[in-house]
Write a protein that binds this ligand. Structure first.
Ligand SMILES: CC(C)(COP(=O)(O)OP(=O)(O)OC[C@H]1O[C@@H](n2cnc3c(N)ncnc32)[C@H](O)[C@@H]1OP(=O)(O)O)[C@@H](O)C(=O)NCCC(=O)NCCS
Length: 375
């Protein structure tokens, strides 16, 4: 029987700081009414100065490990989907690997814009289906507040920060990831772009003066693209899973704009109760939006064992991605006893200490001449 990748743990992290539409109206020429009517967003979360994509990804991943009660040393692979890594390199995934103490795991980041989480899920599922790996952490994490131009009303009202993670394990009883569709159209690369800081426009005084380190977006064109692609990609994934539209129990779409979500729901003939929406609280958190929404759908009792969930996203690239997940027997958060929470917290501290010791040892080893060529 085929080994499907099944979600056995999940976790999310959103920063504490809330930025409301009224707060934004004090920064740029906009209004609560315009933002709600045109996007459906009421507020978003903004990372504190010490928070980064990695710190949020770590929190979400620790939550997922705790709920599944899995030792991080059992992780085979960590994939982080993000468009806002802490650094160009090392990857966020490596920072997560170190903090979790996932000593056996490979780690890499995946860049597919807001479709990144579904791309990462599909990628991870291949390792599980082939039998290469058993335990994989897939994370979507973003600190978009650091690349948003807070003087540009066209973009700054849309985005927010946060992270969501799922832990995947094999399942042979027919549950898990049943299908996926990945797509790209690079001819639309300029429609949603962060032009500065890469090899084309390396950071310089002029790139800063020209504000090239901020998101540039043609909102109308991205909107047209999204409306066109969301429903179609979802239908393709549903067909690839050998299901009909009537079998969909919950659509968990990328949370970018309520009007885009509604048009996808209409295309799929889904009533509102079969569509999960939480963008009013978080705005568009890019690669983090689908895993955060998945976590909240579970928390809110919207996911039952055996349900068919359709995840669908679109984003920079341009990219799109859809997947069908058959939910396994673990449908609701299992209450974690206090001692397990304490143990997971202590283990996190121990791994931080271990990491510091390894770094210290690397210095001592270098001083002692370790690794030098003989002679
Ligand atoms: C950005 C978006 C909300 C704009 O909504 P819209 O209904 O398409 O609005 P338009 O672009 O037609 O602009 C209408 C007017 O509102 C203005 N406007 C734009 N942002 C505004 C804001 N925050 N407050 C007030 N007015 C605003 C525009 O300047 C424009 O004014 P003009 O007609 O005088 O030029 C919408 O196009 C959208 O959601 N696009 C997709 C973006 C997205 O999802 N990006 C992420 C992809 S992962």
């Amino acid at each position: 029987m085929k080994r499907h990748a099944q979600v056995v743990g999940w976790g999310k992290y959103v920063p504490a700081k809330v930025l409301t539409n009224e707060d934004l109206a004090r920064l740029v020429d906009t209004s609560d009414q315009w933002i709600r009517e045109r996007t459906g967003i009421s507020e978003r979360r903004v990372a504190a100065p010490r928070e980064t994509t990695a710190t949020m990804a770590i929190q979400a991943a620790q939550e997922a490990l705790k709920m599944a009660d899995v030792n991080p040393a059992r992780l085979d692979l960590i994939i982080v989907a993000t468009a806002t890594p802490d650094y160009a390199f090392p990857s966020v995934a490596c920072l997560v690997q170190d903090a979790l103490g996932a000593s056996r795991a490979g780690a890499f980041d995946l860049a597919a814009g807001c479709s990144g989480f579904v791309y990462a899920l599909a990628t991870a599922a291949q390792f599980i289906q082939t039998g290469a790996y058993d335990t994989i952490m897939v994370i979507g994490a973003e600190t978009l507040s650091r690349i948003v131009d807070w003087t540009d009303r066209n973009t700054c009202v849309l985005f927010g920060d946060g992270a969501g993670a799922v832990l995947l394990r094999p399942n042979a009883d027919g549950g898990g990831l049943l299908s996926f569709v990945l797509g790209a159209d690079g001819s639309g690369a300029d429609l949603l772009i962060l032009p500065g800081g890469g090899s084309k426009h390396p950071a310089s005084l002029s790139t800063v003066e020209e504000r090239l380190h901020y998101v540039k977006m043609d909102g109308r064109e991205v909107f047209r693209f999204a409306v066109n692609v969301m429903g179609k990609a979802a239908v393709q994934a549903i067909k690839a899973a050998n299901l009909g539209l009537g079998s969909v129990d919950l659509l968990i779409p990328h949370q970018a704009n309520l009007r885009i979500i509604q048009s996808a729901a209409k295309f799929l003939k889904l009533p509102p109760e079969k569509v999960f929406v939480n963008l009013e609280k978080y705005g568009n958190t890019s690669a983090a939006s689908i895993p955060i929404a998945l976590c909240e759908a579970i928390e809110n009792g919207r996911v039952k064992p055996g349900d068919h969930l359709v995840l669908v996203g679109f984003g920079a690239g341009l990219t799109w991605a859809a997947a069908v997940l058959k939910w396994g027997p673990v449908a609701a958060p299992v209450p974690v006893p206090w001692w397990k929470t304490a143990w997971h917290r202590m283990r996190g501290r121990l791994y931080a200490f271990r990491s510091a010791l390894i770094r210290l040892w690397r210095r001592v080893d270098a001083l002692l001449g370790g690794g030098r060529e003989p002679g």
